[in-house]
Design a protein around this ligand. Sequence first.
Ligand code: G4P
Ligand code: MG
Length: 178
Amino acid sequence: MKNEKFYVSYNTVHKLVKGLAQKIMKSDFDPDVIVAIGSGGFIPARIIKTFINRPIYAVGISYYGVDKKHKTHPTKIQWIDEVQEQLKGKKVLLIDEVDDTRATLGYCVRELLKYNPEEIAVLVLHNKLKEKDANFPVEIKRYFPALEIEDIWIKYPWDAEDIEDHTNREKAMLLNNG
Ligand code: G4P
Ligand code: MG
């Protein structure tokens, strides 16, 4: 699959999230709140709420400025004071779309841990198998990637300008790979 892009349809996203939700429900982790990392985590978070109905809090972290230039470190672009109050002593289901370098995710987890939640479980749709720029702190005991994939660019449906074409490309890709 060299130099290719990995297409993911809405249906696939839905199924991956459902699988994650089922894994969580079977485990002994009973979350109190969902925290979505924007913007990639927003749609997965809303889907997981269908299976695990908890309040969703949204945080925005970005490694890129509005000019699309890579910054030296991730920064908060949306961070609601309400989050701080709501996480104290709570079991948190943190969700994002992709674990790539782990820089953004790691930063977000460290910031959220400052609010003394009981636990944070990290859920992602895709974990890229590669050397990471950051690690999760030891406090993170549960990590649930729906799918582990090689280090290629993933095309998510919410970025598609032509969703039919996007969905067809996923179909073709899956057929090609048997
Ligand atoms: P990580 O901690 O989750 O690994 O994120 P990292 O800082 O490595 O990634 C920087 C940005 O690049 C993130 O977007 C992440 O979602 C995005 N990204 C990384 N790999 C892929 C990929 O294969 N496909 C797509 N579509 N995006 C990828 P962000 O700054 O959080 O912005 P947003 O898109 O979530 O709003
Ligand atoms: Mg993201």
